[in-house]
Write a protein that binds this ligand. Structure first.
Ligand SMILES: Cc1ncc(COP(=O)(O)O)c(C=O)c1O
Length: 390
């Protein structure tokens, strides 16, 4: 039990949020006048689309957007999400009950755990994975059972390795492809096997689709909801943050099974008062009217991916260029673990990279580097690391 001023017990169970710690370290170093290059957090460095900003300005000037929004969302936003899913994935969603706006994917991931998990339940969480797949279940009083994503299995969890008693207790499964942090994509029947598993064990599948629009080398990412039967077992979390350079706007959506979406909606009516309607209008513009910008962003990240991967390969790191996301995932050099290597790189090269272990135990032995910096700085980061490794 904690004392009055320590915060609730559930907060004491949270591991420290890695990126908050990294931000503090960077601020301290910058305060000392050090030129720190951060390949830590995946926060796009380019501006949001001009059309989206114009749309926001117009919508903000319209008094109809000024009152409390509804958690159901503005119809125009829900229609824009439906049109996008139809155009992009061939998935038909009913704006009436299969789409709920989310204040970014992070909010959705955290709250979907609260919406579905009771104390004693289990969430099957990708490891390594976005940290909220683990902290969300803990906040709900439940348990996160790690599903290791290993390179030899293409960073897909081994569904047959999930013990029968865990599968029995499991209520939700967290997946994310294109995958943060590994950059892995789905090119086989994995999603079909997930649907079969979910039906057999009565598990809700929640696919976090934050990166489907950022893929390379001709690969086009599917939505989980394209898989036959997926709509019966699950939901997908979609976010405008990364492809449209809109991390600051907090725009996303939870889509899929109507019954499950309404449970998320029910929770949210108790927690927040929805998304500013002017932001919803701007989000609709992004989804309907900014394909060219997203295409350009794919080109930018492809070039940066190649720059960084070539530089890292040249200094002897064993890097596989990812077909998706804005991250490069690489094994640490011999003689290091992921934390010792990232600490040395920060202290001596003044480059911030993320230790794989921060994304889960199975991420040990790897580092993650984000591509949200100009080529020049990526090259400089690689040169600084080369001096350490070489
Ligand atoms: C897999 C994954 N899900 C969710 C998020 C959060 O995105 P948002 O900005 O939409 O909250 C991120 C951000 O890095 C992510 O990598």
């Amino acid at each position: 039990m904690t004392t009055t001023r320590e915060g609730a017990d559930r907060l004491q169970k949270m591991p420290p949020y890695l990126f908050a710690q990294i931000e503090e370290k960077i601020a301290a170093m910058k305060g000392e006048g050090i030129d720190v290059i951060s390949l830590g957090i995946g926060d796009p460095d380019m501006p949001s689309p001009a059309r989206v900003i114009t749309s926001l300005a117009a919508a903000a000037a319209d008094p109809s957007t000024h009152q409390y929004p509804s958690n159901r969302g503005r119809l125009s936003f829900r229609q824009a999400v439906a049109q996008f899913y139809d155009r992009r994935f061939g998935v038909s969603l009913d704006p009436a009950d299969q789409i709920v706006p989310a204040l970014g994917a992070k909010e959705a991931v955290a709250n979907l755990n609260l919406a579905f998990l009771n104390p004693g339940d289990v969430a099957l969480s990708a490891d390594p994975g976005y940290p909220v797949y683990t902290t969300g279940p803990i906040l709900a009083g439940a348990e996160a059972y790690p599903m290791p994503l290993l390179p030899e299995r293409g960073f897909q969890p081994d569904l047959d390795a999930i013990p029968a008693d865990v599968a029995r207790q499991a209520k939700i499964m967290w997946l994310n492809y294109p995958n943060n942090p590994t950059g892995a994509v789905i090119e086989d029947d994995f999603f079909a096997r997930v649907v079969a598993f979910a039906k057999k064990h009565d598990v809700i599948v929640i696919h976090d689709n934050a990166y489907s629009e950022l893929t390379y080398d001709g690969y086009v990412a599917p939505s989980f909801l394209e898989t036959p039967g997926a709509i019966d077992v699950g939901l997908e979390v979609f976010s405008l943050s990364k492809p449209w350079n809109m991390t600051g706007w907090r725009v996303g959506a939870v889509v899929g099974n109507a019954e499950l979406a309404s449970i998320y909606w029910q929770l949210k009516t108790n927690l927040d008062s929805g998304m500013f309607e002017a932001v919803q209008e701007a989000g609709a513009t992004a989804l309907c009217d900014c394909d060219k910008l997203v295409e350009q962003m794919r080109g930018v990240y492809l070039r940066r991916r190649n720059t960084l991967c070539e530089a890292l390969t040249a200094i002897g790191l064993d890097v596989t260029p990812p077909k998706g996301t804005i991250y490069v995932w690489a094994p640490v050099p011999d003689g290091h673990d992921s934390r010792s290597f990232t600490e040395q790189v920060l202290e001596e090269a003044h480059v911030v990279i993320s230790p794989g272990s921060a994304f889960g135990a199975a991420g040990e032995g790897f580092i993650r580097m984000s591509l949200t910096l100009e080529d020049e700085r990526l090259n400089e980061a690689a040169e600084r690391i080369a001096k350490l490794v070489g």
